[in-house]
Design a protein around this ligand. Structure first.
Ligand SMILES: [Zn+2]
Length: 286
């Protein structure tokens, strides 16, 4: 009797342990799956998911870029491939949203992506993770509710959003020597935000350059030289960030003229971006 009793009790204990085990394992599995999901979501949010691989640029896209961007013809093959890879990444990972009436969407996406990558070609971090998540495109100039004015483009750091008029993006690349390029201008704003309070060597170098540029612009002789030369668009005179954005347009479109007219400002911009557009073959700059 006692033997049977002991046997039964052992059986019940075994069943109870199995039940607890199964419940515990199920809970652990649930928690584990949930953590994996959260991690996957976070990686996706920051555009780092290695399973979502961008498609390489097509021959047509490469041809289009070569027709629109002069300095590509001066890059070494390795750097050219880097430019294409990064452009494909940006185009694939960022969210493009269109307002009604935009034509040639693929072309506009490609040009905006190429502008973002051109600015950061000398940098390790080209992804604009903290600064740009969404890109909104209107067919032409639009009315901005933000400041109640008509715009060709704007950058909103709070929403991590850049807004463009497709017409202006395209015309910016049609004339490559007029120092007007909307995509470069807005991405330059984004880059200022991207590097703000970021603890990397290149971000700190960029921000130090921006502070130095502020000092240069506070000098009245320097201000006068800039205004007299008529080389930079007047739009840049409103504040430091507008001046930097305007100066980068000049830096990419007419680097030799920039270097000749304002060597110290050119040198500063070159240090901030770690790239010399007057001599792209010198990449990477020592
Ligand atoms: Zn601006």
């Amino acid at each position: 009797m006692s033997i049977i009793g002991r046997g039964r009790s052992r059986t019940h204990v075994a069943v109870d342990i199995d039940g607890v085990d199964i419940f515990g394992i199920a809970c652990l599995l649930f928690i584990f799956s949930y953590l994996i999901y959260i991690l996957y979501y976070a990686i996706g949010l920051y555009e780092l998911n290695p399973f979502l691989r961008p498609k390489p640029l097509s021959t047509k896209e490469i041809h289009q870029l070569k027709n629109s961007i002069d300095f590509l013809h001066q890059l070494e093959e390795t750097e050219l491939q880097l430019f294409y890879e990064r452009t494909a990444w940006f185009k694939y990972k960022k969210t493009f949203a269109y307002r009604k009436g935009v034509r040639k969407k693929q072309e506009v996406e490609l040009l905006i992506s190429a502008a973002a990558v051109a600015l950061t070609l000398g940098m390790k971090n080209f992804k604009y993770i903290r600064s740009v998540q969404r890109i909104v495109i209107y067919p032409s100039d639009y009315f901005s509710l933000l400041n109640r004015r008509h715009h060709a483009g704007e950058y909103n750091p709070r929403l991590r959003t850049a807004v463009f008029s497709a017409d202006s993006v395209q015309s910016g690349f049609e004339n490559t020597k007029d120092n007007v390029n909307l995509a470069i201008h807005e991405m330059a704003h984004a880059l200022c935000f991207e590097t703000r309070r970021k603890n990397t060597w290149e971000a700190r170098k960029f921000q130090a350059g921006l502070r130095k540029m502020r000092e240069q612009l506070q000098d009245s002789d320097f201000q006068k030289r800039i205004k007299d030369s008529d080389y930079f668009r007047e739009y840049g005179y409103s504040n430091l960030f507008e001046f930097f954005a305007v100066a980068t347009e000049n830096f990419l479109e007419t680097p030799k003229e920039f270097k000749g007219n304002f060597p110290e400002l050119y040198e500063l911009t070159k240090t901030m971006l770690n790239f010399d557009f007057s001599d792209p073959k010198s990449f990477p700059r020592k």
